[in-house]
Design a protein around this ligand. Structure first.
Ligand code: IVH
Length: 696
């Protein structure tokens, strides 16, 4: 290839290619406008992307380049003009030549029947009225003015006759056409509709606000309003707003269709987004049916709606009906029950869950919201209380959407009484009086009572009896529940004083099963220190940690007395686990539990003092690869380390064995080539079991 003929694939060469004459670039810019507008329309209005993002970006940059070189080609309808312009110092006022009306509300079927009757009476007809039904979008109303197909002005509704000129901001909303698609547009066209923020955009905006310690928006409507009323349109551009049209304002120089639904269809041809749920129905029955359907679908929609708007579909009939004060007689908004209401926070209770988690629950002055009476709402944890800055006595907003559990959305700070009381976490469990622990970095506080705590007893005993713990065959969840409910046991140790007489009283417990169960309980007395430690249910002490503790301490008395420093010197025990272990053993009732169990006859073989190199797999190097189905790879490594093995990252001649799960790749191949022992998951579990570690 010659020097002066750069390859088309040579990026630097392309950049250096001079942009040729104005005429060619004008033609190309027009082409790019069309292509980008079409792509924008397909993406934002039809939700059906027509171009890959990368191609869109290329065309966009090509257009930007042309506009930089030939500023005279930069026009206000250019697709590059959606990114925001120079900030304004204030918004100009705009007069709406056709007033922007609001709507009367209906709250129930009676209101709807009344509305329909009024319409029929005024039209002096007994014919069934045709209605256009549309979701009532919860955003803000805007008017968009097009002259000869170009967007020339965007305005807010304001008081209905005067609004604000927000053209710069409107241009940044991707689903608003800057130039109408198709042909035969009227020379003057005013389209009205709602700018709104989809639920997901709203949520991510608030996540960002939280991260930046900024004030959150209370709902998508406020977020949309706040985003549209920015003097700096770059901020608006950064918010993901959408627009959906719902009515015609001014029109000049062209006849429009004679039905509302057809006008919307025409808007859609010109490139506007119309609501996909819109439908035409016959009579008030049709309206009520539509309302019901949408009410059920409401939570699945990607945007908030607060009701349904019903409009007489025939424009001639609309004109005969006219309007009173600021609302048309031909339309009504049938509102959904409010999803947010205010009430008073009268107190906070602390509930103890089955795992000891302490959850603050708001006790509310009963309030009717989202169709039910709500008198409590979870507050999740203390961080949430702090985030909400909520106090007892506060006026709070309760949010209940659909079947979702009600939540305390926010505090109305303006109404905070002087007597409002700060909410503090309890220091002791309300059920068993044990200490409540909450480690730094942890959102959830927990009762440290474990078995002693009535709220946690069943779960603790189920864990105690489970296979990797004391392995009591036949003592399943249902039996534990019955034993506790019948007051036959209230502690681990009580299991060891069960007899035929008491066990036989249990439901569906045949003589033979009762005997088997008692035998299994008896058998479980012979265990290992590791299993015993695991069975106590100390937080974060799993099978591996229990094994490491056994390896390190050999004896329960030394472990009980161990201090923080000693604990963190144990393999795999970090400061958090060490703290949990310390907390557990410093609780006097846990000591009693241990004493009770030892007295009941639980024992384990005295382990000889083993130094690290005396552990069963000491001196052996393992590698773990592939997907294990019954445990994570880290867990597998933990077990191996507990048995003294070294775990390496790659296979070499020094590797003793490879634990290979599914889809093992090059490591498996290498191990095969080197003739190294390969254990599949089953063989690995077998190996662990031979060394006293039960997994699964
Ligand atoms: S029609 C004369 N249709 O509701 C008709 N309004 O309370 C005026 N809204 O300001 C409006 N979705 O912001 C209409 N599909 C819809 C609507 C809708 C939401 C809002 C609009 C208006 C308010 C009236």
């Amino acid at each position: 290839m010659s020097q002066d003929q750069p390859s088309l694939f040579d990026e630097s060469a392309k950049e250096n290619t001079p942009i040729t004459g104005l005429a060619e670039n004008t033609a190309r810019a027009i082409e790019l406008h069309d292509q980008l507008n079409q792509a924008n329309y397909a993406y934002y209005v039809l939700d059906n992307p027509s171009l890959p993002d990368a191609e869109y970006d290329r065309l966009f940059h090509e257009l930007k380049n042309i506009e930089t070189q030939f500023p005279q080609l930069l026009s206000s309808d250019s697709p590059t003009q959606r990114v925001g312009a120079t900030p304004l110092s204030q918004f100009e006022q705009v007069t709406h030549e056709v007033a922007m009306l609001s709507l009367d509300n209906a709250f129930n079927e009676d209101d709807m029947n009344d509305f329909n009757r009024r319409v029929s009476e005024r039209l002096n007809t007994t014919d069934v009225i045709e209605y256009a039904c549309e979701p009532k979008l919860d955003g803000i109303a805007v008017s968009l003015l097009y002259e000869n197909g170009l967007l020339v002005r965007g305005a807010t509704r304001g008081d209905g006759s005067t609004g604000e000129n927000i053209t710069q901001n409107i241009r940044t909303v991707a689903s608003i056409p800057l130039k109408l698609l198709g042909a035969d547009h009227p020379p003057v066209l005013e389209v009205r509709g709602e700018v709104y923020m989809p639920k997901r955009s709203f949520e991510s905006l608030n996540v960002l606000a939280r991260e930046n310690d900024e004030r959150e928006f209370v709902n998508p409507r406020n977020a949309a309003a706040g985003s549209l009323r920015q003097l700096d349109s770059k901020i608006t551009a950064s918010r993901r707003l959408e627009f959906c049209c719902y009515s015609l304002g001014r029109v000049e120089g062209r006849d429009m269709p004679i039905k509302h639904s057809e006008i919307l269809a025409q808007f859609s041809h010109w490139g506007f987004k119309t609501n996909a749920e819109s439908k035409v129905v016959q009579g008030v029955e049709g309206c009520l049916g539509y309302y019901q359907q949408l009410a059920e679908k409401r939570n699945q929609l990607s945007y908030e709606i607060d009701g349904i708007v019903f409009k007489v579909n025939d424009i001639a009939q609309q004109q005969r009906l006219g309007f009173v004060s600021r609302a048309p007689r031909w339309a009504i908004a049938h509102k959904f029950p409010a999803q947010e209401e205010m009430t008073i926070l009268e107190g906070v209770d602390f509930q103890v869950g089955r795992t000891g988690a302490i959850t603050p629950v708001a006790r509310l002055k009963p309030v009717f919201v989202g169709g039910v009476t709500v008198s409590n709402a979870t507050l999740h944890n203390m961080d949430e209380i702090k985030r909400l800055d909520v106090r007892i006595g506060d006026t709070v907003v309760i949010h209940r959407a659909g079947d979702v559990i009600p939540k305390l959305a926010r505090v109305v700070l303006e109404r905070r009484p002087h007597s409002a009381v700060v909410i503090e976490m309890l220091s002791r469990c309300p059920v068993c009086d044990s200490h409540i622990e909450r480690l730094e970095d942890e959102a959830i506080a927990r009762c440290s009572g474990g078995l002693v705590c009535g709220a946690q007893r069943k779960e603790a005993i189920k864990h105690f009896a489970s296979r990797k713990a004391m392995d009591i065959d036949g003592l399943g969840d249902k039996i534990v529940e019955q034993l506790v409910d019948e007051n036959l046991i209230s502690s681990f140790a009580d299991l060891y004083s069960l007899d035929m007489e008491s066990v036989a009283t249990l439901e569906r417990m045949a003589q033979k099963s009762a005997q088997n169960l008692l035998a299994a309980i008896e058998d479980s007395k012979k265990t290992t220190l590791a299993k015993f430690l695991y069975s106590l249910g100390i937080r974060e002490v799993g099978v591996t940690t229990a094994q490491n503790l056994q390896n390190h301490f050999l004896d329960i008395r030394t472990l009980v007395k161990a201090d923080f420093e000693t604990l963190i010197s144990v393999q795999d025990v970090g400061p958090i686990v060490a703290q949990y272990i310390l907390n557990f053993f410093s609780e006097p009732h846990n000591q009693e539990v241990i004493d009770g169990l030892l007295q009941a006859g639980i024992h384990w073989p005295q382990v000889e003092v083993k130094t690290a190199d005396q552990l069963p797999l000491a001196t052996q190097t393992f590698v773990v690869t592939g997907t294990l189905n019954l445990m994570g790879r880290d867990e597998a490594k933990g077990y191996l380390q507990a048995l003294g093995a070294k775990v390496a990252g790659s296979v070499s001649a020094k590797t003793h064995a490879l634990v290979a799960g599914e889809k093992a790749g090059s490591k498996l191949k290498k191990a095969q080539d080197l003739g190294i022992d390969i254990l599949d998951e089953a063989a690995f579990i077998q190996l662990l079991s031979e060394h006293g570690i039960e997994h699964g």
